[in-house]
Structures are given as structure tokens and as C-alpha cells.
Design a protein around this ligand. Structure first.
Ligand SMILES: [Zn+2]
Length: 317
């Protein structure tokens, strides 16, 4: 663990906001979340090193697993496909075809879906050796194992760069976003999804909020700190909206809540209820409204190199 200055503005002035634990996988350890007094960024300080973080990314970590189709119910298969189609649309709405790079591609589900459109030449980067192996073997994808910076891709070579739920995991978000800007063509588009502190469920769940996910999430952004991060890297926000994953974030918060209060059987029941189709359908109008108001945890941001059409992440656009 190392004491670090603010990853966004380099200030060393901060206040603690809480001590967090690994709620998702239950691996031991306590992590202090602080808020920068100068720019408002929330980040873990002291920060676990890359070596210390290895054990918090075991092979059973969800994004590193390609779900075997025969183990999914028809409804789960539908739900997975729907989520992937939404992510594809988030890119193709702004760019119809070209070269795509996904940073943190895990096993390559999204890259495979984009390639299947027939309009995209796709490439990925991921730090996880088993995930990269699977992406190459199972999907035949071109994936670099390591960080984006280590890959040293040529400048201005991609029409789109995508990053799903990754920015909060990287130790140097500023450097990462600058590198995205460097590899992006001048008319390219950067599409990413990130949890933000502005959602209603953060207030409801407090330390059990799914968006904390300590110690894997090193940074907790807000719409305002995302604006600052992007503008420092020479990017401008074109659109920032809650479009996907809101239900999943709330369901995780409820599961963390149940863990401390219910028996194992009770927890299983909660999980079954949360995964049931009628529950999803009955709560859909509420989540739709929260998304439209821009008040959900996950925000999908579309950004372009500065100089093109710009706005901010504050409020849905
Ligand atoms: Zn700061």
C-alpha cells in the first residue's frame, strides 16, 4: 500500500470518507476511501499496489468468465445478448464502421459482438492472462496482454475506443485517458461506462453501494470529476447518459445488504427473487425513470477529441 497524491489534480489535501471492504468476493482487507479537497475526486489512499491487487482478481472474478451457454437460462441468455447489443449500439450510433480498440476487453464478448456486425475490425487489451488466453482461443481475437500504455499502439489509429467498467480500476486514470486520446483518430469516438457517485442508490446503500467495489475500484468518479479528467486529456463529452446496468448495480447492493442480515437460505432466496423475470419487468418503469433523470449509478459517456461538438456530463444528453 502506498500513499498517493490525488490521481486527478495531484493535491495531497484530502478528507477520509470511509473504510471499505471487498463486498463482492469477501476477500479480507480494509481500504480507506478519501475525497480530494481540491478537485473532489474520491480515491483509495493508501492505494494497493498492482502486486497486492492480484489476489483480488481471482479466476472466478465474473468479467473473466465467459458464461457457458448451457448453464444459462433462456432469460439469462436473452439478458446477456440484450446488454451486449446495447453496448454495440452505444458505439455504432456515433461511428458506423472502422477500427475498434477495447481497453479491458476481458474474454472478448463485446469485441466478438462488434466483429459480428461485419463492419468493424476489432482489437483488445487486457491485463488478465487467463482472460486474454480465452479471448484468443475461444473467439480468435487479436488481444494484447498488459496495460494500454504497455501496448504502445500507433497514434491516431482507431475510429473508436471502448472501455466498459474499466476506468475505475486503473491506477492512473489520467495517463490512461491521455493514451486513449493519443491512439484515437481526430474524428474518433471514445465510449466508456463508469459508476458515478451521483446515483440515488449510492445514498441508499452507503458503504454497501456496488460502485465502491474496493479494492478493485481505485477511483470513484462523479460526473464533475469525469468532465475534469476528460478535458485535461484533450477530450470533450458529447453525451453522458444512464443507459445500462442500473438494475444490476442495485441488485448487488441488495445482495450485500442481505449477506450481513440473512441466513444462507435467505440470501439464496433474495438472489433468486432479484434474478426473476417478473421482478425485472415490475421494476422496469422505476429504473427507466431513474435512468432518464440521469440518477443511476452507471453512466455511459461518449467523448471526442476537443474541437468537435462538446457538452458536459452533468445531466443526461
Ligand atoms: Zn484532486
Amino acid at each position: 500500500m502506498i500513499d498517493i497524491p490525488c490521481p486527478l489534480c495531484e493535491s495531497r489535501e484530502w478528507v477520509p470518507v470511509g473504510v471499505l471492504q471487498d463486498r463482492l468476493l469477501g476477500i479480507d482487507g480494509e481500504f480507506r476511501m478519501v475525497r480530494c479537497l481540491d478537485c473532489g475526486l474520491h480515491y483509495l489512499n493508501p492505494q494497493p499496489t498492482r502486486a497486492e491487487l492480484v489476489r483480488y482478481y481471482p479466476e472466478e472474478y465474473d468479467p473473466f468468465l465467459v458464461p457457458a451457454p448451457h448453464r444459462l437460462s433462456p432469460w439469462q441468455r436473452q439478458s446477456l445478448g440484450y446488454g451486449l447489443r446495447k453496448r454495440c449500439r452505444a458505439v455504432t450510433r456515433y461511428k458506423e464502421a472502422g477500427r475498434l480498440l477495447e481497453v479491458g476487453c476481458a474474454t472478448g464478448l463485446f469485441l466478438d459482438a462488434m466483429r459480428a456486425t461485419g463492419k468493424w475490425q476489432v482489437q483488445g487489451v487486457d491485463v488478465s492472462e487467463p482472460a486474454v488466453h480465452q479471448a484468443r482461443e475461444q473467439f480468435g481475437l487479436e488481444v494484447f496482454q498488459g496495460t494500454l500504455q504497455e501496448a504502445r499502439f500507433p497514434a491516431a489509429s482507431y475510429d473508436a475506443v471502448a472501455m466498459w467498467d474499466v476506468l475505475e480500476h486503473v491506477p492512473n486514470p489520467k495517463e490512461t485517458v491521455r493514451e486513449v486520446c493519443r491512439v484515437l483518430k481526430p474524428d474518433g469516438v471514445f465510449v466508456f461506462r463508469v459508476p458515478v457517485l451521483d446515483g440515488w442508490d449510492r445514498r441508499l446503500f452507503g458503504p454497501l453501494w456496488a460502485g465502491w467495489d474496493a479494492p478493485r475500484h481505485l477511483t470513484a468518479f462523479s460526473r464533475q470529476t469525469i468532465d475534469t479528467l476528460l478535458s485535461q486529456a484533450g477530450l470533450r463529452v458529447q453525451r453522458a447518459a444512464c443507459t445500462a446496468g442500473s438494475y444490476h448495480a442495485v441488485a448487488l447492493g441488495l445482495r450485500f445488504w442481505a449477506r450481513g442480515r440473512l441466513s444462507t437460505a435467505g440470501q439464496k432466496r433474495v438472489r433468486r427473487i432479484l434474478e426473476a423475470l417478473p421482478v425485472r419487468v415490475a421494476t422496469a418503469p422505476f429504473f427507466y425513470l431513474a435512468d432518464r433523470l440521469g440518477k443511476s449509478t452507471l453512466v455511459t459517456v461518449v467523448a471526442r477529441p476537443a474541437g468537435q461538438g462538446a457538452t458536459t456530463t452533468r445531466g443526461n444528453r
